[in-house]
Write a protein that binds this ligand. Sequence first.
Ligand SMILES: NC(=O)c1ccc[n+]([C@@H]2O[C@H](COP(=O)([O-])OP(=O)(O)OC[C@H]3O[C@@H](n4cnc5c(N)ncnc54)[C@H](O)[C@@H]3O)[C@@H](O)[C@H]2O)c1
Length: 352
Amino acid sequence: MPAIKIGVIGAGSISAMHLQSYANHPDAELVAVCDLKEDRARQAAVKYGASQVYTDYRELLACPDIDAVSICTWNNTHAAISIAALEAGKHVLVEKPLCRTVEEALSMQEAVRASGKLLQVGFVRRYDPNAQLLRSFVDHDEFGGIYFAKASAIRRLGNPGGWFADRERSGGGPVIDIGVHVIDLCWYMMGRPKPVSVSANTYSKLGNRSGVRHLSFYKAADYDADLNTVEDMANALIRFDNGASLLVDVSFTLHAKENATSIKLYGEKGGFELEPEIAIVTEKHHTILNIEPQTDHKSLQIDAAFQAEIDHFVACVRSGTPPISPVEDGVAIMKILCGIYESAAKGAEVRL
Ligand SMILES: NC(=O)c1ccc[n+]([C@@H]2O[C@H](COP(=O)([O-])OP(=O)(O)OC[C@H]3O[C@@H](n4cnc5c(N)ncnc54)[C@H](O)[C@@H]3O)[C@@H](O)[C@H]2O)c1
């Protein structure tokens, strides 16, 4: 079978994970790279062996050789580029978050349905080996009904600056940038229950703290600390139609002692943790058991997760089967994320 021909749109920080994973894949051929900054696109094309370089994604999409694209651009461009790609007959892997608003998300869903092409949302944590392992335990009903989940993604210092800190281009701060990962993972593990309400708070108390020295953190390719219109911190309680609930807190900066990610879920027969370390808790013969699954990595292994995400995309394009992170899931997560901002703005619980 001929290789799936790939274009990567957006050649900034995270694109390297896509480019390297395609380069590793025997059934994928990197054909083109596009970035507003030609030098950046060209450097990536040379490094990963793509022959075509573009600065206008519409020109890349007009190339009949390309079967599928990864979209690794600013959040405000995800909807327009995805829709244009689908209309041009390309399959799409779009980075998280799906987009900025529920309206954009619904128009992307409509474009997927009208085109018959597939769109995979880059919920990379779902593809981590430990996440898939625990998901198979969930599928075998090891934990019973999961009724509570608690997720935390705290950076004491980590506003990536540039477009990430510009609400117009990002859609928001830590909620939409890192909260999206942990909220999605809990929701996926809980069996994707329908969210019905959100009660949330956002805080903008500390700014981006760009003056802090001696600590490094993830930065946008065009880091710029001058602009910051996003929240520093947020917390939220999300209720689902089956009675389950999810409690979340996230920050780009906070007077916390250290960065900390924690993802914990609790069911009727047992519980499990993905972060900070994989663990299972259950009860047998009137005894509580804390179980340590023996796996290669105790927590998220980012390279393996991206490789699995790309492998899954290529396999879905090949077979025509829907991805495990389809556009519908992206829409549901956008409803939760936007609900968090709406609730915080109103200072009250909102119905979804
Ligand atoms: N899955 C993850 O863990 C993860 C991690 C980081 C970022 N991301 C997501 O990846 C996306 C990119 O983030 P990043 O950290 O690489 O940002 P970045 O700023 O480092 O890179 C973005 C690149 O997109 C280019 N770009 C913007 N608009 C464009 C357009 N219309 N056409 C062509 N190029 C365009 C910019 O010039 C820049 O080079 C975001 O949606 C972000 O949320 C995902």
